[in-house]
Design a protein around this ligand. Structure first.
Ligand code: IVH
Length: 669
């Protein structure tokens, strides 16, 4: 028996590894998330039935069991050095001159790479299997955070021997690289933390560093970390004579290597590369604070050697920080779409790396207190990529600095301001607050929502103030005449806007769900909800439990959505919207919430007499049910076939109803 199962398990693992590689490393998936989940569930199921066959390099083992008590300290095989930083072209020329003098060569080839702003890590593979992942620490010793590194899906847990032939098939080797968190993942994480009343991370680097040092790898697994490799050591030295080839070979072996790299045959090419990326780096999803320049010939590395701290064959060019100091003229509370009052600093306008900045968000009262910022103070501002400017710190206190206090009443409508127990945010409790309505309209019309071009800030203000619009649905009853009567509105622009509003009636469902502005529902979540529920009406009807069941939707989001649709005011707007919109029916990935097995959780075990497992699963899902891999108290039915194993036992011990294929068929019919 086991050999057959062992074969199936190994086949599944190979398939899963291939799809992980395509998805997380190449960003080019071949199958849907759903199909991937099915493969993983099948593997977990087989492994649960045959725990002896579980190996640490199985893709199911990315998330370990118990949290660690602490991380063991480990000595690095070769010290992890840092790089010398240069800030000017002159300093860089000095570096090039030194390299040429020391090597006795007239011209040296360099590899330029992005300097990734994360934290470096040394990974050891023994017999092709990842065994240790260690932080840089003090360069000599670091912390062994292997369980956390394993959760990074782009990192292969094992390497096929054939792939290692480029390096002469070493028994063990080490690779080094940078663990990072993308900007999107960082912003998502911070939004969640804010909603949960937890302190936010200052930047993606800090949040990557904080995440990799969490003791519970199950939390790390949710943090969407990534890793780029840029260095390899076989028997303590680079495995190939050229660094550019080492990078190519790392990629060929299956590691994620940053695609933005270049082999430069002259120093001028290095300078061009630096110039090229100064602005282009803003378009990346991760932060880059400079360019790393490495001598391509790795045999030269030993000749050039090291100083006490860093190698002489590599250097980092750091882009000038986009920072500036300026004075805080005022701090005021801005009311957002959900009624949250956000402290915003009005600044003496200042140029920060080419952009004039006159406001900066202070996020919340905790942040105001953390910074200790008062009106009149001089502060240090920082801009990174496309994210809004951040206040780094107070650099000079004004002697007569005035502290900001959160107003007791909403600055827009005078409504009561309230801070819920355990929440960071202060909110205006008046649901009819015009500021909230204005923000809702702006959000509804935004490019990624209903994309209503021409509905600018000034117009939104007028529409709300003249009471022409009392909720988002009112936009659809506006007439050209009404618009023309407003300030700065000509016949043409009124007609254009009416055209845009008309066009938006047929926007797709995901945009509409996003545009409505449900708490915690961003673009991605809206997409998931659209695919799952297929219509606004279905989404509105969904219970909290049904929402919670949707893949990717967490408990908090589920309860946020359910609460939103309990509010009578929102329901009234929804009624009006449903009348106005003509949203084309969305294709539902999983018909759920309908059918005879709606909301039922079912576990399959053993071999069914006529249906294959896949077919049984499809049948259940088509009937609205959900198939999961393991039996718990939440399970409604266990469908048992022949040779049903531990799951059947578990079902019995938990008192879960056990049925056979025939009974399943009659349930479905
Ligand atoms: S090579 C011996 N390449 O920058 C030097 N480092 O200041 C090995 N870093 O500790 C490092 N991107 O954390 C290298 N493409 C890159 C890098 C990079 C970021 C970090 C790394 C290192 C620090 C040095």
């Amino acid at each position: 028996m086991p050999s057959q199962v062992a074969k199936e398990i190994e086949k599944l693992r190979e398939e899963i590894r291939r799809h992980e590689y395509r998805y997380y490393v190449l960003d080019d998936p071949e199958i849907s998330d759903r199909q991937f989940d099915l493969l993983m569930e099948r593997l977990q199921e087989l492994e649960a039935e045959h725990p002896k066959l579980i190996t640490p390099d199985s893709p199911s083992q990315r998330v370990g069991g118990q949290p660690a008590a602490e991380f063991p300290q480990v000595r690095h095989s070769t010290p992890m050095m840092s790089l010398d930083n240069t800030y000017s072209v002159d300093e860089l020329r000095d570096f090039d001159r030194r390299v040429r003098e020391l090597s006795g060569r007239e011209q040296v080839d360099y590899v330029t790479e992005l300097k990734l702003d994360g934290l470096s890590m040394a990974l050891t593979y023994e017999h092709g299997v990842l065994t240790h992942g260690v932080t840089r620490g003090d360069g000599v010793r670091g912390e062994d955070v292997t369980p956390n590194l394993r959760t990074i899906r782009s990192l292969p847990l094992r390497i096929e021997p054939a792939k290692l032939r480029v390096w002469n098939s070493p028994e063990s080797f080490e690779v080094r690289g940078e663990v990072i968190m993308g900007r999107k993942a960082f912003e998502q994480l911070n939004a969640q933390r804010e909603a949960a009343g937890e302190p936010k991370f200052a930047n993606p680097r800090n949040s990557a560093a904080g995440s990799i040092r969490l003791l519970d790898s199950r939390i790390v697994a949710q943090r969407k970390l990534d890793i780029f490799l840029y260095f390899a050591l076989v028997n303590g030295v680079p495995p190939l004579a050229e660094h550019s080839k080492v990078l190519d070979s790392l990629a060929a072996i299956g590691f994620k290597v940053n695609p933005h790299r270049k082999l430069c045959h002259s120093f001028d090419e290095v300078l061009e590369y630096i110039q090229e990326w100064e602005t282009k780096r803003d378009q990346l999803d991760y932060e880059t604070d400079g360019i790393v320049i490495k001598v391509n010939d790795t045999r030269l590395w030993r000749e050039l050697g090291w100083t006490a701290k860093s190698p002489r064959w590599a250097v980092a060019f750091k882009y000038p920080a986009r920072q500036a100091t300026t004075v805080v003229k005022d701090i005021r509370a801005q009311v957002g779409r959900t009624g949250t009052l956000t402290p915003v600093a009005d600044l003496e306008p200042v140029d920060v790396g080419g952009v004039t900045v006159s406001h900066a968000t202070l996020h919340n009262m905790d942040e105001v207190e953390r910074l200790g910022v008062k009106i009149g103070d001089t502060i240090l501002l920082q801009r990174a990529g496309e994210v809004i400017p951040q206040v780094v710190k107070v650099t000079k206190r004004a002697p007569d600095g005035r502290a900001f206090e959160m107003p007791k009443r909403c600055p827009v409508c005078g409504g009561e301001v309230f801070r819920a127990e355990g929440e960071v945010a202060y909110r205006c409790m008046n649901k009819a607050c015009p500021a909230q309505l204005k923000e809702s309209l702006r959000h509804f019309a935004a490019r990624h929502a209903m994309d209503i071009d021409g509905l600018g800030d000034a117009l939104v203000d007028q529409l709300v103030e003249t009471k022409l619009v009392r909720d988002v649905a009112d936009l659809y009853t506006l007439t050209a005449d009404q618009l023309e009567a407003l300030e700065r509105m000509g016949e043409k622009s009124a007609a254009n806007l009416i055209g845009e509003i008309e066009r938006s009636r047929t926007a797709d469902l995901a945009r509409a769900i996003y545009g409505i502005g449900i708490p915690f529902v961003g673009e991605r979540t809206a997409q998931v909800l659209a695919e799952h529920f297929g219509s606004l009406a279905n989404l509105e009807r969904a219970t909290e439990a049904e929402l919670d069941e949707v893949n990717e939707i967490g408990e908090k989001t589920a309860s946020g959505i359910a609460e939103f649709f309990r509010e009578p005011r929102n329901l009234k707007v929804m009624e009006k919207l449903k009348e106005q919109l003509k949203i084309p029916a969305a294709e539902r990935k999983k018909p759920k919430g309908a059918g005879p097995l709606a909301g039922k959780i079912i576990v399959l075990t053993g071999t069914l007499p006529t249906y294959s497992r896949e077919d049984a699963k499809r049948m259940i899902e088509d009937a609205g049910g959900r198939v999961t891999g393991s039996v718990s108290k939440k399970t409604d039915y266990v469908v048992a076939g022949e040779e049903a194993g531990s799951k059947l036992e578990k079902a019995k011990s938990l008192g879960v109803k056990v049925i056979d294929e025939k009974a399943l068929l009659s349930l479905v019919e």
